[in-house]
Design a protein around this ligand. Structure first.
Ligand SMILES: Nc1nc2c(ncn2[C@@H]2O[C@H](COP(=O)(O)OP(=O)(O)OP(=O)(O)O)[C@@H](O)[C@H]2O)c(=O)[nH]1
Length: 231
C-alpha cells in the first residue's frame, strides 16, 4: 500500500529572540532538511508545530495532515525545513510500513510527549530505537532527534518530572526541551532551532535543491524499490 503525501504549506518567519537573530553573511548556505513530528495522540504535536510556524495557539487542530515549509537561519545557515505533522488518527489507520517510509523521508525528528501522560513518555525509547534502526547504514552521523515534554503549564496534572525527561533524553543521546505550546512561542522556537543545530552540514548539503519534487522523488524511490522487491 502506498503512502499518501499530505498537503503542503509555506510559511515565512523572522525570529525575534535576540539569541536567534542572526544575519547570514554573503557566504550563507541555503539548505533543506525534512523534519518528522512524532508522538502519541493528544500530546500537542500540532499545537507545537503551529506555534512554531505562526506563533499562535489556536486550541483545536483537527485531523488535517500537512508538510509545512519554513525558513530558519541557524549558525549562519539558512535552512528550509519541511515539517511533517502526522495526526495520530492517521497513524492508527495505517500499517507500520507507512511510519517506516516517513522515517526514511525524514532527516531529523521531534518526539513529543505530554508531561501529564505517562504512557506517551513510556513509548519514546522504542520510537527512538525504531528510528535509529531504520536510519542505520544510511549514514555514519548521529540521527538528529529532540525529545519534547509538552503541556508544562499543567503543573497540577504532571506525572512525568523534568528530571525523568532530561535523563531519558541523555540516555538516548537526544536533545531535550520542556515546553508549553499553549503558553509561549519561545519554547517551540527553541525546539526547532535546537533540532536544526543538530543537523550536520553534510546531511543538509545532500538535501540541497529538494523541495516538493525531492519529496515526491524520495517517495517514488521508496515505492519503486518496494514494487521491485515484491516482484
Ligand atoms: N494545556 C495545554 N494544552 C495543550 C498544549 N498543547 C496542546 N494542548 C491541547 O491538547 C490537545 C491536543 O493537541 P494537538 O496539538 O491536537 O495534539 P496532537 O498530538 O497533534 O494530537 P493528535 O491529533 O491526536 O495526533 C488540544 O486540545 C490542545 O489544545 C499545552 O501546551 N498546554
Amino acid at each position: 500500500m502506498g503512502l499518501r503525501l499530505p498537503l503542503r504549506r509555506s510559511t515565512s518567519f523572522t525570529p525575534d529572540h535576540p539569541a536567534l537573530m542572526e544575519v547570514p553573511g554573503p557566504a550563507a548556505l541555503k539548505m533543506e532538511a525534512n523534519v518528522l513530528v512524532m508522538g502519541a495522540d493528544n500530546v500537542g504535536k500540532s499545537a507545537l508545530t503551529v506555534r512554531f510556524l505562526t506563533r499562535r495557539f489556536i486550541g483545536e487542530y483537527g485531523d488535517m495532515e500537512f508538510i509545512y515549509s519554513h525558513n530558519l537561519t541557524v549558525d549562519g545557515r539558512e535552512i528550509l525545513l519541511h515539517i511533517w505533522d502526522v495526526p495520530s488518527s492517521q497513524e492508527q489507520a495505517e500499517d507500520g510500513s507507512s511510519e517506516e517510509k516517513r522515517i526514511q523521508w525524514a532527516d531529523s525528528f521531534v518526539l513529543v510527549y505530554s508531561i501529564c501522560d505517562r504512557a506517551s513518555f513510556n513509548i519514546l525509547p522504542l520510537k527512538v530505537q525504531f528510528i535509529k534502526a531504520a536510519k542505520e547504514g544510511q549514514c555514519q552521523e548521529k540521527v538528529p532527534i529532540v525529545i519534547v515534554g509538552n503541556k508544562r503549564d499543567l503543573h497540577h496534572q504532571r506525572v512525568v518530572s523534568s528530571e525523568e525527561g532530561r535523563l531519558l533524553a541523555l540516555s538516548l543521546d537526544c536533545g531535550f526541551y520542556e515546553v508549553s505550546a499553549a503558553e509561549a512561542y519561545h519554547g517551540a522556537l527553541m525546539v526547532f532551532h535546537g533540532l536544526a543545530k543538530l543537523i550536520p552540514d553534510t546531511k543538509l548539503a545532500l538535501k540541497k535543491g529538494t523541495g516538493i519534487r525531492g519529496i515526491v522523488k524520495t517517495m517514488s524511490a521508496v515505492f519503486a524499490r518496494k514494487r521491485t522487491d515484491s516482484l
